[in-house]
Design a protein around this ligand. Structure first.
Ligand code: FMN
Length: 409
């Protein structure tokens, strides 16, 4: 990719969505921490998400946040199902905003993937034995009474009242997210959770208006979108995360996703976050190989078919790659999850890699000032130049660039 030095890289060009402007197009992707206390985030979340804002991300998502208590995967998942949760999130959003990032929340409901241990225990289903550790199993809800895995717990088939109740929970969660200071909201419609369970014919065997045809299976997703859109301020953007295709053996494909995203656009969704996987079966769909940009093609398809802005995510960690995806019109925003865990200052480093003159503007001025000084030192004493380190008024010892030390004698 060619680019002149004077041109601002697209990655560092602000993006405006409704009334909100992100300083750049780098997004910290939502990441569950499994460290909440009855839904409420702790110190860990403040520091963990805070470091992504300090590193220069334009948009910082916190984690999938359950709209009701039974919609958590584990007892330690985040939730926003009580008004008492609001101050704990407000503390995080205030900090993210103070660092220049747009604070973003992903609202979710796990449906049948409830009542589990976290990933460190392989997401094993809770049993009665776990009740001794204050983790009594509970029954998940889902469009059909099908377990998430062959040996998983069978969820309760949702009644129409359940559907209405969960829609009310989505609405209330969105309202609390406003009060908690979030500027951007995403509906988690991917990864085999409740919305995806309605979408996929593998997990939805209903014969009523919420099942059967594609139109029927999409109904719940679209009602959630309408509900959240109505509760979420008109001047703030709403994203929707899709599994553009399902996992190995799944049947939901890219054409289904295009149909869904066109309908989401009509309901005021502002951007589609393009992920994949979560429901699998015995069908012919192979798993998606994990290579850099493995889901970026889905982002391109959705962007071109709907005209909606999209987010590309999936093993994108090279700044030139991120920039090229934007330049080629494959996405409008680039999201990183593990890349930011690996390097929370990734935006700053990417800015330098792309020759962005405003790189140091991405971090707080008190840090930038010191980093400028560091750059000045490097300019003052170029690699290989003659340097001597004083050991006293009369004694100077040559510095060796090879060993990185000035040794006497
Ligand atoms: C620790 C961790 C937690 C995650 N939690 C969520 C989540 O809460 N919601 C979600 O949609 N995706 C979640 N993901 C998926 C990421 O948002 C992202 O889509 C995925 O990791 C691919 O991006 P990457 O290759 O940059 O890590 C999580 C990923 C990780 C590593």
């Amino acid at each position: 990719m060619t680019q002149t030095d004077t041109q601002t890289p697209l990655l560092f060009t602000p993006i405006r969505l409704r009334g909100i402007t992100a300083r750049n197009r780098i997004m910290a992707s939502p990441m569950c921490q499994y460290l909440s206390d009855d839904g409420a985030p702790q110190e860990w979340q403040l520091v963990n998400f805070g470091r992504f804002a300090m590193g220069g991300c334009g948009i910082v998502f916190t984690e999938e946040t359950a709209v009701e208590a039974r919609g958590r995967k584990t007892y330690h998942c985040a939730g926003i199902y009580h008004d008492s949760h609001i101050p704990a999130y407000r503390r995080i959003t205030d900090f993210l905003r103070a660092q220049g990032a747009v604070p973003a929340i992903q609202l979710g409901h796990c449906g049948r993937r409830a009542s589990q241990h976290g990933p460190l225990k392989d997401r094993a289903t809770l049993t009665e034995a776990d009740a001794q550790d204050n983790m009594k199993p509970w029954q998940g809800i889902s469009p059909s009474p099908l377990p998430p895995t062959p040996d998983g717990a069978i969820p309760r088939e949702m009644t129409l009242d359940d559907i209405r109740d969960t829609l009310a929970a989505w609405r209330e969660a969105a309202r609390r997210a406003v009060d908690a200071g979030y500027d951007l909201c995403e509906i988690h419609g991917a990864h085999g959770y409740l919305i995806h369970q309605f979408l996929s014919p593998l997990s939805n065997l209903r014969r009523d208006a919420y099942g059967g045809s594609l139109e029927g299976r999409m109904r719940y997703a679209l009602e959630v979108a309408e509900t959240v859109r109505a509760a979420w301020p008109a001047d703030r953007p709403l994203f929707f995360r899709v599994s553009a295709i399902e996992g190995a053996g799944g049947v939901w494909g890219i054409e289904d996703t295009l149909a869904l995203t066109r309908e989401l656009k009509a309901r005021g969704v502002d951007a589609i976050d393009c992920s994949s996987g979560g429901v699998g079966g015995d069908g012919p769909m192979p798993g998606v190989p994990r290579v850099p940009g493995f889901q970026a093609g889905y982002s391109r398809e959705v962007r071109h078919a709907t005209g909606l802005p999209t987010v590309a995510v999936g093993m994108i960690s090279d700044a030139h790659h991120a920039e090229k995806l934007l330049r080629d019109g494959d996405a409008d925003v680039i999201a990183l999850a593990r890349g930011l865990m690996d390097d929370p200052n990734w935006p700053l480093h990417a800015a330098r890699t792309l020759g962005y003159a405003g790189a140091l503007g991405l971090v707080q001025e008190r840090e930038a000032q010191r980093l400028r000084l560091l750059e000045q030192h490097r300019a003052d004493y170029p690699q290989g130049s003659a340097v001597a380190i004083p050991y006293g008024p009369q004694e100077r010892v040559p510095y060796s660039w090879e060993t990185g030390i000035a040794r006497r004698g």
